[in-house]
Design a protein around this ligand. Structure first.
Ligand code: MD3
Ligand code: FE
Length: 226
């Protein structure tokens, strides 16, 4: 099922931006999910974790509650003009953290990854930060609150390994799973943009990046009307 993606596709996208194309490895593509394994070096991961700590200091992690009243096991915060939030009032993007303060800026290193893998000139509006402590998971879902699905979502994994499950646009389609490791980047565009996906489990303590263990996932999103 694994199929080498067309590296030229990404380079062609970069040319469109009018910027110098950056050399990134060609991704492995699985049903529209483009996987750049180990794209981010250990030193860059460490810098990114330091930047995420600054984000969390300005916009503390919260344990989100679904509209149905369930507490999510993942803790979240965000950077950028908008942050994704959920509470009893619903799922939505908000310009302010629940504290009432604006979200901090998306770290430059994170923006650089978006540019390297998408070549898109439009900056993402939101960098959602998911933190998985021991035992946290994320059920199968679609990301549909952005309103515009023509832009890809980019995911960056940091810390402990996670079993990522991906399906199709229809919930009834079969799923495939793979382990995401620290430094991996996944781009969900085209058909994969509205695919069902989730995190079944995290191997606590499998990475030395975070001294207390755990996993950070950053997702970069363009939100319509932002
Ligand atoms: C496919 N996060 O934040 S990243 C999420 O690892 C989310 O924390 C997971 O699902 C995590 O919504 C998975 C991979 C991912 C992220 C966003 C997507 C896959 C996606 C949006 C559309 C389609
Ligand atoms: Fe998602």
């Amino acid at each position: 099922m694994l199929q080498a993606a067309d590296a030229g596709e990404i380079m062609a996208e970069k040319m469109k931006s009018g910027k110098e194309p950056q050399k990134v490895q060609s991704p492995v593509e699985i049903r529209g999910f483009r996987m750049f394994s180990g794209l981010i070096s250990r030193a860059e991961q460490e810098e990114m974790v330091a930047a995420v700590r600054d984000v969390v200091a300005a916009a503390p992690l919260v344990q989100p509650v679904t509209p149905g009243g369930r507490h999510m096991s993942v803790r979240m915060t965000a950077a950028g003009r908008l942050g994704w939030v959920t509470d009893r009032r619903g799922y939505r993007y908000e310009p302010l953290h629940p504290s009432g303060r604006p979200w901090p800026a998306i770290p430059a290193q994170v923006m650089a990854v978006w540019q390297a893998v998408t070549g898109i000139d439009r900056e993402p509006d939101c960098c959602l930060v998911n933190f998985y402590a021991e035992g946290a998971r994320m059920g199968l879902h679609q990301d549909k609150d952005e309103g515009d699905f023509s832009f890809p979502v980019v995911s960056i994994s940091l810390g402990d390994e996670a079993l990522f499950r991906m399906g199709g646009q229809d919930r009834a389609e079969g799923t495939q799973s793979l382990w995401l490791r620290s430094g991996d980047v996944v781009v969900m565009g085209g058909a994969a943009r509205l695919a069902w996906h989730g995190i079944d489990r995290v191997r606590h303590g499998s990475s030395t990046l975070l001294s207390q263990g755990g996993r950070i996932n950053l997702t970069l999103r363009v939100v319509a009307g932002a």
